[in-house]
Design a protein around this ligand. Structure first.
Ligand code: UT7
Length: 324
């Protein structure tokens, strides 16, 4: 018998304010045409001044708990993937824990930038597999707009705010890919590339938070290769091909990266869940936001084979193969 974490419910939260490309074109030297052509992004949600990452995260977690029909008191693990914590310490996860009324178990933050949700999902699943948790919440939440230099056109048009969450519950299975739950996870990082996507500050260096800086062209090149490699790694584990997947839920950084990955894997574009046009890059929130959208609108159904994948600063990258 094999124990896996099964996704019992998905939740999402997007701030009310939507900022269009046209609005950004009034702030920096850019245009709707350039942004759409180079990235596929048309608009993004931006958190209100008084809204924090914990607010976004707790709204998404409450939505996921309601859909999973599980009470917060039954949750024994909460992992928050974020690059934009409310404070340097304590972990924003503990704030979310208190906000949702979860008083037992453990809550902590995990930092892998845009790959954070996939890293957190793998971590929570491993807690479940070894019997240390039965019901876990994994949430990716970001107020990435707070790390943006709004005078830097090469980054300010690319990011947005939001939160997505899943409830994982322990499920006994036969150990085959017919089982529902997380079938495999593969995580990677390579710190030699950390300067290509980073903030120019931090508590231990500048005693400031810093702003996001990116060498976009280089990151793009690595993203297409790393995402295709980690997807192939997941498929090879079970002797599958891209054609065996019902859906791919990728990190939403750039429409061209998504199209390039689909081509490399031989997956038809209709089976890729795309939100980058409306959400932009929400870092750790992008995969769970896209997953929640496709599950809750009925595209992704129970029993579907779904590949989640992400790549971000560090570099970090990873995948999770999931039977819904
Ligand atoms: O989430 C983690 C993963 N992140 C990513 O995967 C992001 C990866 N990178 C990308 O998505 C793309 O590289 C970008 C969308 C950031 C940029 O697209 P690109 O086709 O790689 O453009 P580029 O950086 O090569 O820049 C082309 C030109 C430059 O001008 P010159 O040097 O050719 O005269 C830029 O200065 O576009 C200029 N440019 C802009 N023009 C109008 C850069 N940003 C803008 C802008 N509006 N917002």
């Amino acid at each position: 018998m094999t124990i896996r974490g099964r996704i019992a419910g998905c939740g999402a939260y997007l701030p009310a304010r939507v900022v269009t490309n046209q609005e950004l074109a009034q702030m920096v030297d850019t245009s709707d045409e350039w942004i759409v052509e180079r990235s596929g992004i048309r608009c993004r949600h931006i958190a209100a001044e008084n809204e924090t990452t914990a607010d976004l995260a707790s709204a998404a977690v409450k939505d996921a708990l309601r859909r999973a029909e599980i009470d917060a008191s039954a949750i024994d693990l909460l992992i928050l993937a974020t690059t934009t914590p409310d404070q340097t310490f304590p972990a924003t996860a503990t704030k979310v824990q208190a906000m949702i009324g979860m008083t037992g178990g453990a809550a902590f933050d995990l930092q892998a930038v845009c790959s954070g949700f996939v890293f957190a999902l793998a971590t929570a699943n491993n807690f479940i597999r070894c019997g240390q948790a039965r019901n876990a919440v994994v949430v990716g939440a970001e107020t990435f707009s707070r790390l943006i230099d709004w005078n830097d056109r090469s980054t300010c048009v690319l990011f947005g705010d939001g939160a997505g969450a899943v409830v994982l519950t322990a499920e006994d299975g036969t150990g085959t890919i017919a089982d529902r739950g997380i079938l495999s996870t593969h995580l990677h990082s390579d710190g030699r590339y950390r300067e290509l996507l980073q903030t120019d500050g931090g508590p231990s260096t500048t005693q400031t938070v810093g702003k996001a800086r990116m060498s976009g062209r280089e990151v793009f090149r690595h993203a297409v290769t790393n995402l295709a490699d980690v997807a192939e790694e997941a498929l090879a584990t079970f002797g599958l091909t891209g054609g065996d997947l019902d859906w791919v839920v990728p990190h939403q950084a750039n429409r061209r990266i998504l199209d390039g990955t689909a081509r490399k894997l031989g997956i038809s574009p209709e089976r890729m869940v795309i939100t980058v046009d409306r959400h932009a890059n929400t870092s750790a929130a992008s995969v769970p936001l896209a997953l929640a959208e496709a599950v809750n609108d009925g595209r992704i159904k129970a029993g579907d084979l779904v590949l989640l994948e992400a790549m971000g600063g560090g570099f970090t990258w990873g995948s999770a193969l999931v039977r819904m």
